[in-house]
Design a protein around this ligand. Structure first.
Ligand code: PLP
Length: 377
């Protein structure tokens, strides 16, 4: 029999909700037409597809015409940044050194191929953006795109969205926020505070992998970026991932139905975890703004320098505990984390990211703490 895993890596991916799976199974079985076909089977698929779009749009308080389905967060971020540079003619991109590679890498590539400048806004040791520096950058570079993530995927530090949005509006800048980690964790109204571009990835909120969406506010539509069909209002050609999209819409709905209860449950797990660690593991420290403005699902910590940083995750894995040390490309070793590096965390000490979901229990937190104490002994 498989060993029971204790899973604390929900910022990397989440188990699908069984109700999502049920809905997807039903669609995969019964709604097999191509949404672009004009016959009855196609029309049924089209209705299901557009219902999902409407449902998603409603939760974000935008119109369905602003929602474009993608393969996930990486594609959405890439499409938006390229679209701003290539089609909308933006030359100045203001971002931070703490962004996900799905933002930093396309920006580097765009800089190589288009005439754009990237301006890094300063961040403090907790991972908060220096608003005065952002003001300076916006003042100096008119008609900029500001790309700042809503919650950092490694530390959970939250962006003051209202303050950033106001500054962007005051300076005529576009505001793109990588909302992959916060979508379905909070109620979001993309009109207030105004966000021009937001993105989502269904597998981060108990939906299927390989499907997501981007929201593009009116006036910012860029040119089609996948050619060969009229899908997604010509923006992204290709037959839609219908059952994936339906699963995503269902996952978003379920998240909204139980949002407050989930927030409270997950926050209490995070707080207990912090208290227990502080009480039992002298020398532990938390990275980011863990007890301040931080996403309830993410906790990043550094342990005393007893265990080799490269050995920590394999050691926890041997105990059946799944955690990571950051984004997928840095998940095997804390030494690879550009985020912790930028925050000045001592990379010679072992760090890890614990990320919770509604499925975690207090008992699992206790087991995790027991193991962390053991490996640090
Ligand atoms: N942006 C952030 C902040 C993320 O945490 C992730 C996934 O880890 C992504 C983008 C990429 O999303 P996807 O897995 O849908 O490509």
């Amino acid at each position: 029999m498989d060993k029971k895993l204790i899973y604390f890596d929900h910022a990397a991916s989440t188990p699908m909700d069984i109700r999502v799976l049920d809905v997807m199974r039903g669609v995969a079985k019964d709604v097999f037409g191509n949404p672009s076909s004009v016959h009855e089977a196609g029309r049924r698929a089209r209705v299901v597809l557009e219902d999902a779009r409407r449902s998603i749009a409603r939760y974000l308080q935008v119109t369905p015409a602003e929602v474009f389905f993608t393969s996930g967060g990486t594609e959405a971020n890439n499409a938006i940044l390229w679209g701003c540079a290539r089609d909308l003619g933006y030359k100045h991109f203001i971002t931070s050194p703490l962004e996900h590679p799905a933002v930093l890498k396309p920006l580097e590539a765009i800089q190589e191929q288009q005439n754009i400048q990237i301006h890094m806004v300063k961040v403090d040791a907790l991972g908060h953006v220096d608003l005065d520096h952002l003001d300076d950058l916006l003042q100096k570079h008119q008609r900029a795109v500001v790309s700042l993530m809503h919650a950092n995927n490694e530390t959970g530090t939250l962006l003051p969205v209202k303050a950033i949005s106001k500054r962007c509006q005051d300076h005529g800048a576009l505001f793109h926020s990588d909302t992959v980690q916060t979508m379905a964790k909070f109620g979001m109204n993309l009109r207030d505070p105004h966000i021009d571009f937001a993105v989502a990835s269904a597998h981060k909120f108990h939906g299927p992998k390989g499907v997501g969406f981007m929201v593009i506010r009116p006036g910012n539509f860029f040119k089609p970026y996948v050619l060969g069909g009229g899908q997604e209002r010509n923006m992204r050609a290709g037959t839609e991932n219908l059952h994936g999209i339906i699963g995503m819409a269902e996952a978003l709905k379920l998240a909204h139905e139980r949002m407050e209860a989930d927030q409270q449950h997950i926050l209490s797990l995070k707080k207990t975890c912090m208290e227990e660690l502080l009480g039992r593991l002298p020398g532990v420290s938390f990275n980011g703004d863990a007890s301040g403005s931080s996403l309830h699902t993410i906790l990043n910590l550094t342990l005393p320098a007893v265990i080799d940083p490269d050995m920590l995750l394999p050691r926890l894995d041997m105990e059946g505990i799944c955690v990571s040390s950051g984004s997928a490309c840095a998940s095997g070793t804390t030494k690879g984390s550009h985020v912790l590096k930028a925050l000045g965390v001592d990379l010679q000490r072992p760090s890890l990211r614990i990320s919770f979901s509604r499925y975690n229990t207090l008992d699992e937190v206790q087991q995790l703490v027991d193991v962390l104490v053991k490996v640090s002994g």
